[in-house]
Design a protein around this ligand. Structure first.
Ligand SMILES: Nc1ncnc2c1ncn2[C@@H]1O[C@H](COP(=O)(O)OP(=O)(O)OP(=O)(O)O)[C@@H](O)[C@H]1O
Ligand SMILES: [Mg+2]
Length: 460
């Protein structure tokens, strides 16, 4: 059971709120002034604080400071009177989860509390999501001077200002997530949440409740009410990654939410209004998926309001040395090692590499080189880019020798290997989901992964 501390000097309001929250199953502590609130925070195990702004002894901002000092992740919601919104906005900048203006409906506060606690749960349960929330504070550094990247960055900067839906397209590892974060960070919503969800990584029967939330008992296993990603992203940005993988039946529900700006949690009847900026990404051609009847055309037009195409790294060779230097500096700092330089031959190798995995592959090669290189200069051997890769990955290089059966077996092995790696990358290594997409049994997939020596290292 989660414990909520209410810091409020008006006994009537405190009692009413305590009762409402107790009915929802929370344990409540009450402090009648700021000083008592601060004392309680330091002595008790508290999951969330709701504090008034104007209080006897210490005020709400001081309560907020004390809470953040003890535990920076502790969510604090401020209650403010009409007219002190400026202070409340400052409080949000100083780390408050949100504020609520008096007078308010208890249900409204309840919703804020649920959102804050859900965010907290996600942070503790899932490190990937923690990344999502903490990283949003850092401005994403976009490296590149090629015309392609300069233009893309410029477009992102311009579109970020409003609420226009952005559709990012690019091969795996080109920086789709980076640009999605940039849209958020350059927008007036930057102080609100950026919530990312990978549609390929979540089994399709669970995706609806992940996106829109569910009521308690909505389906077997729904033991508690859950706030969905859309509600968590309210007034912020949602990043719908790998949108092409979303099941067609869910696509129509998503379309409705985007058109009406309201959603219905799974198992609920009431509608919830939302204000969310949508950024979607795909490394598949949605037009092809439309042809195959796997993607709704109307959803495509709803998402493709402002398309941004991120070029593959092999199409912007001039960015390779810049990015390599950027990653060298980054890893030198992270590994506390001296800065190293690329030898001429290493640089040549980088510039001619096919970069199937794009920037992510380059980043990994540099990380590996930083680990292996003891001297001052990075040589080709440190980068681990087997020359074979280029030939290995092309069907044209299969020697046309032996029987027809042997040749076609080699070709099919090559194509299957590529496809499996691609899908595993997309699902973040989730094999059961990958088997579902590839339409083979889980066992078949495991056998192929073993036979084709698809090691985990090749997935990242
Ligand atoms: N222009 C860039 N400048 C600096 N870093 C970049 C750039 N593009 C990509 N990166 C870095 O490369 C890595 C991969 O980028 P990101 O995760 O955004 O790619 P993605 O397109 O979302 O990949 P996937 O399709 O596999 O999910 C990240 O570490 C990102 O920070
Ligand atoms: Mg991505």
């Amino acid at each position: 059971m989660e414990t909520i501390l209410i810091v409020e000097d008006r006994e009537g309001l405190a009692k009413m709120l305590s009762q409402t929250l107790r009915n929802e199953g929370y344990q409540i502590l009450w402090a009648k002034d700021g000083a008592e609130g601060i004392k309680t925070i330091s002595e008790e195990k508290i999951d969330l604080v709701v504090t008034d702004l104007k209080l006897p002894k210490k005020d709400g901002l001081q309560v907020l400071d004390a809470a953040k000092e003890g535990n920076a992740a502790l969510p604090v919601i401020l209650m403010t009177a009409y007219g002190s919104v400026d202070v409340a906005v400052k409080a949000v900048k100083a780390g408050a989860f949100d504020f609520i203006t008096k007078p308010f409906e208890p249900d409204h506060l309840l919703l804020q509390i649920e959102k804050a606690l859900e965010k907290q749960r996600l942070i503790t349960e899932n490190l990937v999501l923690k990344d999502t929330f903490s990283d949003q504070l850092a401005f994403p550094k976009i490296i590149g001077k090629s015309p392609g990247i300069v233009k893309t960055t410029e477009h992102v900067r311009k579109v970020a200002q409003g609420k226009t839906t952005v559709l990012l397209t690019g091969e795996s590892g080109t920086g789709k997530e980076l640009f999605a974060r940039a849209v958020h960070m350059l927008s007036p919503r930057k102080d609100r949440s950026f919530v990312a969800i990978n549609c390929a990584a979540i089994p399709h029967d669970l995706l609806e409740s992940e996106l829109f939330g569910h009521e308690r008992g909505a389906f077997t296993g729904a033991v508690a009410k859950k706030i969905g990603k859309f509600e968590l992203a309210d007034r912020g940005t949602i990043f719908l990654d790998e949108i092409g993988e979303m099941h067609i039946s869910l696509q129509s529900k998503l379309l409705r939410v985007l058109e009406e700006n309201t959603l219905t949690r799974v198992g609920a009847t009431a509608q919830v209004k939302i204000d969310v900026r949508v950024v979607a990404a795909t490394n598949r051609s949605l037009l092809k998926l439309i042809e195959q009847k796997k993607f709704r055309e109307d959803l495509y037009y709803r998402l493709n309001v402002f398309p941004v195409i991120i070029p593959a790294l092999r199409e912007r060779e001039e960015d390779i040395p810049l990015m390599a230097t950027h990653f060298l500096e980054y890893y030198a700092a992270e590994m506390k090692k001296d800065l190293k330089h690329l030898s001429k031959s290493a640089l040549n190798l980088l510039c001619g590499h096919p970069w199937i995995g794009n920037v992510r592959e380059l980043q990994n090669a540099i990380e590996r080189a930083m680990i292996l290189c003891d001297g001052k200069e990075i040589e080709p051997a440190h980068l681990g880019l087997r020359k074979r890769l280029k030939t290995e990955s092309s069907i044209d290089h299969i020697p046309l020798e032996g029987s027809l059966h042997e040749v076609s077996e080699k070709a099919s092995r090559l194509v299957e290997t590529k496809m499996i790696i691609k899908v595993l990358r997309k699902t973040g290594g989730n094999k059961s989901r990958a088997a579902e997409i590839l339409q083979v049994s889980y066992k078949t997939l495991l056998t192929k992964i073993k036979d084709y020596a698809i090691e985990k290292t090749r997935l990242v």
